[in-house]
Design a binder for this molecule. Sequence first.
Ligand code: ATP
Length: 242
Amino acid sequence: MTGQEPMMRVDGLEAGYGEVTVLWGVDMEIERGAVTAILGPNGAGKTTLMRCISGLSRPKKGRITFDGADVTTLSPHHRVKLGIVLVPEGRRLFPDMTVHENLLMGAHSSAEARAKMYENLEMVYNLFPVLKARRRQLAGTMSGGEQQMLAIARGLMARPKLLLLDEPSAGLAPKIVLQIFDLVKLLNKEYGITIALTEQHVENALRMADAAYVMENGRVTLSGSGKELLSNPKVKESYLGL
Ligand code: ATP
């Protein structure tokens, strides 16, 4: 680890839906410039954590700080302005709008993103030539992999400092999953974007991640570097089938 203050810190987070608590005191640090993987079985609470970090769910207890400031109760819109951008599970594109229109929607998060809309569009179209070629196509008619690329590209239009990817490879063919992982590496290494992602592809995620957390039943049960967790006996047995 770098020794500097983490970009984001989650302390004692408790959250849920109505009376039901699904996160029970989650502590997590997301290092600046790193890729952090959040792993665990279905229902572990990964999406709920992503929702709390991005402001879509309000925690019952605990604290979330970003760049040293308490953002626990800030609106999602305000967090996007600060650079915390979520690409949600299931992509949530506008299926009846074109690729281009979906990308423009991503630029309306802040005055800065709006001012740099055309610069960002050029960056995004360079990064995803397939989206440029299909910019007039309706988003809902594209393949699952292309839709995931578009969802990430729309997130990039908001100029994220911390990009949160909730299950970006869900439901995609193995070849496309590898493309998504390559893209995550590229965005991190070449564009300097800090990334936190939830993943079901545990081995791939651990190979790529600088740091990783395993969640079970709303709690963090293991954490360490990607390399450490790859050789952890419990991870090997429960998640890698070894
Ligand atoms: P998955 O990979 O299946 O999305 P997850 O680790 O992301 O799993 P969450 O989606 O955060 O887990 O779900 C954690 C728990 O919260 C589960 O028991 C789930 O049933 C419950 N839950 C999720 N969304 C809601 C909701 N809108 N209302 C009530 N309970 C919910």
